[in-house]
Design a protein around this ligand. Structure first.
Ligand SMILES: CC(C)(COP(=O)(O)OP(=O)(O)OC[C@H]1O[C@@H](n2cnc3c(N)ncnc32)[C@H](O)[C@@H]1OP(=O)(O)O)[C@@H](O)C(=O)NCCC(=O)NCCS
Length: 222
């Protein structure tokens, strides 16, 4: 069997980390060697048979010159949790891997680091994807667009052609975005909503056509 070329430490010990371990092990050139979380969250010394290391000292055990980092976390706090860990690992000197499923349809798109792009995403030509972007399964990402950093696509989102997605946006399941639309920074598109106009930064948009909605209590959960 061909030796795996990159040794990787994954941040997390919950579902997303378990999925990342599965996908990297079965569908990448990466070998997962350890998990890491902040010390206060360590309950067991091992996960998936691998050591769980306090994040505060991970660089002393897994030298950033020799090991890569992967933090494919959820969209909580509008992707800010994932951004914080991404920045902290970068400060420790780590380089990141991106996981791009072998079952993605894509072309020569520019794709940044620490991205987690699962099966059945279609990414059309001339659309770029920034750093720390998650695309769960089955999204359509149209042509001639740009997706900035720390964005989260859940599943079966249709992003039409020529769209600009600013950083921190979150797209709920089955949402649809009209072509030539700009999504302002931190836009939350509710599940099943149809965006027909440009959105304002940090707005929550709900319905068909989607309208900006105030006082959504659970926004912090995303
Ligand atoms: C927009 C969203 C964040 C609001 O969550 P919330 O604050 O918990 O909202 P609630 O469930 O309390 O609903 C508030 C109201 O908005 C309505 N509403 C919520 N989401 C809606 C949607 N997508 N479309 C239409 N109406 C919606 C609810 O019916 C409710 O109406 P009511 O006050 O008349 O009863 C959430 O509905 C959503 O879309 N989350 C994304 C879910 C997702 O895609 N998950 C993927 C798995 S990662």
């Amino acid at each position: 069997m061909k030796a795996k070329s990159k040794k990787v430490v994954i941040f997390g010990v919950l579902d997303t980390a378990e999925l990342a371990h599965y996908y990297l092990t079965h569908d990448s050139e990466c070998e997962v060697v350890a998990f890491t979380v902040n010390e206060q969250y360590i309950k067991e010394p091992f996960f998936k048979g691998l050591p769980v290391i306090p994040f505060e000292m991970v660089e002393t055990m897994y030298n950033p010159d020799d090991y890569y980092f992967f933090a494919p976390m959820t969209g909580r706090r509008m992707n800010k949790n994932r951004e914080e860990i991404y920045n902290q690992a970068k400060q420790k000197g780590y380089r990141f891997v991106s996981y791009i499923s072998s079952r993605v349809s894509r072309f020569d798109n520019e794709i940044g680091d620490n991205c987690f792009i699962l099966e059945d995403n279609t990414i059309q030509p001339f659309t770029s994807i920034g750093n720390n972007v998650v695309m769960w399964s089955g999204n359509h990402i149209g042509h001639h667009g740009a997706i900035k950093d720390h964005v989260f696509f859940t599943s079966h989102v249709v992003l039409s052609g020529h769209c600009l997605v600013e950083s921190y946006c979150f797209f709920g399941v089955n949402s649809t975005i009209r072509d030539f639309t700009t999504l302002g920074e931190g836009t939350l598109v509710a599940m099943g909503s149809n965006i027909t106009r440009n959105t304002e930064p940090w707005g929550v948009y709900v319905g068909n056509p989607a309208l900006k909605k105030e006082n959504i209590k659970s926004i912090d959960a995303y």
